[in-house]
Design a protein around this ligand. Structure first.
Ligand SMILES: [Zn+2]
Ligand SMILES: [Zn+2]
Length: 145
């Protein structure tokens, strides 16, 4: 019952915003209808490997699949690997890598301590006042010549 109410309230309290143009998004989607229509949809592709084919081409297989039958029966893709879809795919891949990295650190106290010590050492060597003074001194000396 509560979940049902929350689902109805969510779009009112937190309306969807288009990721691309910041306009109001479609319900349950972070895209507006105009940007959704502009995505690089693949509307006509090779029925075996999924390679996009020209819309006007009256063929169902690409040249490579006609010449050499691939070992797969069928591949499909909704979008061409072009902006903004290419960036979204990279963001998804990176987000998973970041989550894996965070989990590795959370589950390893020795690694946490080692990273903390190395971080502290780097800050002291690079960013404390004596290190900054040395960097400025080196810069001034290089300007004298
Ligand atoms: Zn938009
Ligand atoms: Zn093909």
């Amino acid at each position: 019952m509560v979940n049902k109410w929350l689902k109805k309230l969510q779009p009112v309290l937190f309306p969807s915003t288009c990721r691309l143009c910041r306009a109001a998004g479609l319900p349950g989607l972070e895209l507006c209808s105009a940007c959704l229509a502009e995505l690089p949809w693949i509307t006509h592709s090779c029925s075996r490997c999924g390679l996009p084919l020209p819309r006007e081409a009256d063929i169902t297989l690409c040249f490579d699949c006609i010449k050499n039958q691939p070992s797969v029966d069928r591949c499909t893709a909704l979008f061409a690997y072009r902006p903004p879809v290419d960036r979204w795919i990279q963001d998804l891949k990176f987000a998973q890598d970041l989550a894996k990295g965070i989990n590795v650190v959370i589950n390893n106290t020795e690694l946490q301590e080692s990273m903390a010590n190395k971080g502290r050492k780097r800050v002291e060597e690079t960013f404390d006042w004596s290190a900054i003074a040395k960097q400025i001194e080196t810069l001034y000396k290089s300007l004298k010549h």
